[in-house]
Each structure stands twice: as C-alpha cells, then as structure tokens.
Design a protein around this ligand. Structure first.
Ligand code: S3P
Length: 182
C-alpha cells in the first residue's frame, strides 16, 4: 500500500486538558530517543506570552487562527518527533484533517470527566475555558458536555488510549508497543 502520509515519523497526542498529553509526550520521547514538542509551548514562545494571556489578549477566535497557523508549521517539520497538541486543537479549522494527513500515529488520551475534573479543578485559574467553575462537580458537568461536543474530532484518532488508572509508563508502553517509526 502506498504511504501518503506527509510525516509518518511523527507521533501526535491529542486529548482534553489535563489528560496528560505533555507528561506522556516527554516520557515517550525519552523512551524512543526522539524530540518532544508541545504546540502550546511553541505558540507561547512565538508570541512571547502565556496561553491564558494570549487567549485573553486576542480572544478565542484569533487564538484558534494562531493555533491553526502554528499547527501547519509544526506539521511541516518531518523529523522523528512526538507532538502534543492543545485540548482544542483538533476541533477547530481543518486541524483534524491536517493531523490525519500527517501521520497514522495519532493517539487520543481518553479520560473520564470525573478524573479530569479532579485534576483540573485546582489548576482552573490558569485555564481560560474552565476558570469559571465554582466547584469540582460543576466542572465535571462542564467537562462532560465539552468532551461530548469534541468527541467527534477526538475519536478520529487512529487509537484511543484510556488513561484513567494507568501510570504514565503504562500509557507510554501502550503507545510505544503499537508504533513503529521508520
Ligand atoms: C485548550 C487547551 C489548552 C490550551 C488552551 C485551550 C482547549 O491546552 O491550548 O487553553 O481548548 O481545550 P492543554 O490541553 O495543553 O491544556
């Protein structure tokens, strides 16, 4: 079968905020001896501004445009790498189509709203989309609805990895065991 992917040496991690994309990405990169890049970090470095500040300064619509431009740039680099994306990245513009065209190695780190809410509630002030939550249970309800809306995109990943009750190493092993970089 002809390989039409633009960057088959790329492993892309997607998933909701707090699902562990960056932590898993760093550990996976170390295990596979490849580079790790985080799209949010690349955006923050390019705009010399944190993501919450950029979100506030530019507004959601412009942030998504910036994110789309930076994703295009990140996908142009065809070295062996792990790339973790922002929670919303796959769900805007034609991003999920670009992601799927780039590589067959797209993993959705899936977590339940309850575990995400428990992890995210203490960090909510630094996260513009959930900073309004008054309680963990309110956040859990918000996350459940939000994931329901986003699942159309998340579920287009080549593989879902359930991360609840798994250590970082177990998630890394689950990804590494099914991925052969060229
Ligand atoms: C967002 C997730 C964040 C960041 C921005 C928007 C989202 O990234 O890109 O705050 O829409 O889910 P992380 O998932 O890395 O926290």
């Amino acid at each position: 079968m002809q390989n039409n992917y633009t960057n088959p040496n790329l492993i892309i991690l997607i998933g909701y905020m707090g699902s562990g994309k960056s932590t898993v990405g760093v550990a996976l990169a170390e295990q596979l001896h490849v580079d790790f890049k985080d799209l949010d970090e690349q955006i923050a470095a390019a705009y010399k501004c944190s993501i919450p500040q950029l979100f506030q300064k530019k507004g959601a619509k412009e942030f998504r445009q910036i994110e789309n431009n930076m994703l295009l740039k990140a996908l142009k680099n065809d070295t062996k790498r792990i790339l973790s994306l922002g929670g919303g990245t796959p769900c805007y513009h034609n991003n999920m189509a670009l992601i799927k065209k780039a590589t067959p190695h797209v993993f959705y780190l899936e977590a339940t709203p309850a575990s995400l809410a428990a992890r995210l509630f203490p960090q909510r002030v630094n996260r513009p989309l959930i900073s309004h939550a008054q309680s963990e249970s309110e956040l859990k309800e918000f996350v459940a609805k939000h994931i329901f809306e986003r699942n159309f995109f998340y579920r287009q990943a080549a593989q879902n990895i359930s991360v609840d009750n798994k250590s970082v190493q177990e998630v890394v092993d689950a990804i590494a065991s099914t991925t052969n970089l060229e």
